[in-house]
Design a protein around this ligand. Sequence first.
Ligand code: NAP
Ligand code: NAG
Length: 293
Amino acid sequence: MGRLKKILIPSLGLVLAFWFYSARDTFKPEMLRGKRVIVTGASTGIGEQMAYHLARMGSHVLLTARTEARLQNVVRRCLELGAASARFVSGTMEDTAFAQHVVREAQAVLGGLDMLILNHVGASYFGFFDGDVEHVRKLLEINFLSYVAMTTSALPMLKESEGSIVVVSSMAGKIAGPFTAPYSATKFALDGFFSSLRQELIIDKVNVSITLCILGYINTESAVRAVSHVIPQTPAPKEECALEIIRAGALRRRELHYPSPAVGSMLLLRSLAPELLDSLLLSSYRLENVRRT
Ligand SMILES: NC(=O)c1ccc[n+]([C@@H]2O[C@H](COP(=O)([O-])OP(=O)(O)OC[C@H]3O[C@@H](n4cnc5c(N)ncnc54)[C@H](OP(=O)(O)O)[C@@H]3O)[C@@H](O)[C@H]2O)c1
Ligand SMILES: *[C@@H]1O[C@H](CO)[C@@H](O)[C@H](O)[C@H]1NC(C)=O
């Protein structure tokens, strides 16, 4: 009897914990139906895939990036897939005024905003830090300052809709490996800003969620082109990644780790044995293929 209790009670606890956890976890695509969503960096890669998922779910999508020709095709496809509406605004996020303009466009044409998905990144290089300080400044403007500017402009609309902010970051924004110094700096900055802002919103009882997405290696063209000669691992699929980002935002999660076991175990290892993690990371790289500038 004593032995049975010892086994039964913890098992029951586990079952309850699991039930509670999975009950929280019910995502339905209908959650996005009719929602007004901005996706930045939507001309290609993960952003483009997020636009298609949102379109299938029946959202109103407002897409942005620099390349107008690509955005036109993505918008056309979104309409075919069932978007409630699909539009684009093209321009560069180097310019804070453009970032604010995109948000005003949502106000003007959609009458508000339910979800702001910040996903764009400027081009950088994968290699030893080359000493180009101007590049770091420009990358901070594109990858970080424009995120802050869009959030600031969008907050009044998001407060009204009890909406969500989704910030797409990277493992490089939690664990700094080599060859990504400028990029990694911009992603760490996002964690600092948005994790602080999240707590201020909670203090002020503002019901706007902030989801920080920590992504591993994803099979977008630009990522594969940049790192496949150095990182031998197989990248995770961008379509599934895009869906997980939307799901985490809709469920108002604080962080998404995708692909989950790989990113989760790296973050755990970083807190338990950082030196071991550094050497593991390095031993998996093909260092002879890294360019020096
Ligand atoms: N792929 C991965 O392995 C990976 C890993 C970790 C994190 N992430 C994160 O996931 C997000 C998406 O990555 P991805 O691989 O899908 O990138 P991607 O395919 O290179 O797409 C980047 C997007 O940003 C836009 N963009 C670039 N410069 C811009 C500028 N100056 N102003 C406005 N838009 C600009 C690009 O469009 P235009 O060129 O038309 O402007 C494009 O739509 C990024 O935040 C990235 O850091 C990706
Ligand atoms: C916050 O907003 C979400 C989405 O509208 C809603 O489901 C939730 O109940 C709200 N929470 C509070 C505390 O008002």
